[in-house]
Design a protein. Structure first.
Length: 343
């Protein structure tokens, strides 16, 4: 079967086999895939692009992720924690600049207890009609439950790789099974749930990527972030090559045609590897972009992977810049919260 027929079948049935996906990933002809992904994005999500403000509030982390620059073994990194009122202050600035979603992200830092996170959620919720996405890693069921009661709307927890062996070797502090357990809890608690994975992890094959996409489908995610692996010089994976951005775009497009409705961001790592691919992602299925809003003194220290593109601007300037860019590429800036799209 040629790949066009496979693509049509996936679109029609919303089903795919590992073999189907691998064939599409291998194929050199990707224009039909990208065209169809763009059509489906338009049909299910419209032309609006959702802007999310992200506050990276702590780079302390108890984890040992082999690919990540803020892993706890990195002793050269200066660590920071934003205090609760500072986090709320920056959420307020973002809200004033027009953001309707605040993503609270950090390393796995248990200094922020259940109560502290609850306080932040409740204070941010007082600002107005604003969605809160948590991206703070693996916690207990009761923590997740309390934060949902407090008003958190969404949770991001990437599965990173669907290959259990590979996952466990890249994350010596935890297990794949625990990750999946957490994701299932989040769904059960009715969070709008996001997962995702990296392209180009050492040891990953096209089969793994196919399984990654199928896992997103199985988890029935509301959001998914797919980005290339970028080697960080202070990690064990420093000498491995950067993930392929074309392959990243293809994985994004296949996710769009198979799952249809999830919000798919153009990931920052894609932007870092190649600014042009940020734009390409918007033509191959993406409908979301995130902007950092915490003070620059912290941004420089939240170095998951090297990011050379840091130029200091105000939150308003950055928002304007991205709004203009969205208009230039012929899309609309969403004025809504951009909640999960129902089936
Ligand atoms: N390259 C690309 N993405 C990375 N992440 C962490 N480290 C890297 C890296 N070296 C991604 C992971 C994580 C998210 C916060 O950033 O997918 O979930």
């Amino acid at each position: 079967m040629d790949t066009r027929k496979i693509i049509d079948k996936i679109i029609e049935k919303s089903e795919a086999s590992i073999e189907d996906i691998v064939k599409i990933l291998i194929s050199q002809q990707d224009s039909y895939l990208f065209e169809q992904a763009d059509k489906i994005r338009k049909k299910y999500c419209g032309d609006e692009i959702h802007l999310r403000a992200i506050i990276e509030f702590s780079n302390y982390c108890r984890c040992d992720c082999l690919y990540c620059g803020i892993n706890r073994q990195n002793l050269h990194l200066k660590r920071y924690r934003m205090n609760l009122d500072e986090i709320i202050e920056y959420a307020k600035k973002a809200y004033k600049a027009g953001y309707k979603t605040i993503v609270l992200q950090s390393g796995e830092d248990t200094w922020y207890t259940r109560e502290k996170i609850s306080y932040i959620i409740k204070e941010i919720k007082k600002l107005g009609n604003i969605a809160i996405t948590l991206s703070i890693g693996e916690r207990d069921f009761d923590d997740y439950k309390q934060w949902k009661i407090d008003g958190a709307d969404r949770f991001l927890l990437k599965h990173e790789t669907s290959d259990e062996k590979l996952y466990n070797s890249l994350h010596p502090h935890s297990t794949f099974k625990n990750r999946i357990k957490c994701l299932k809890w989040l769904k059960k608690l009715k969070y709008q749930t996001g997962s995702g994975f990296m392209i180009g992890l050492p040891g990953q094959t096209l089969n793994t990527i196919a399984k990654d996409i199928l896992l997103l489908k199985e988890l029935d995610v509301d959001m998914a972030g797919i980005g290339p692996f970028i080697p960080h010089p202070a990690t064990k994976l420093k000498s491995y090559p950067i993930g392929d951005s074309k392959l990243t775009l293809k994985a994004l497009a296949i996710t769009r045609i198979l799952l249809k409705r999830p919000h798919l961001p153009t990931t920052t790592s894609l932007e870092v590897t190649n600014v042009k691919d940020r734009e390409n992602a918007f033509y191959t299925g993406a409908n979301v972009i995130m902007r950092k809003v915490e003070p620059y003194k912290y941004r420089k220290l939240y170095e998951i992977y090297p990011n050379p593109n840091i130029k200091e601007k105000t939150i308003e300037e950055e928002r304007k810049e991205i709004e203009n860019y969205i208009k230039i590429i012929g899309r609309k800036v969403s004025t809504q919260r951009g909640d999960a799209i129902d089936k």
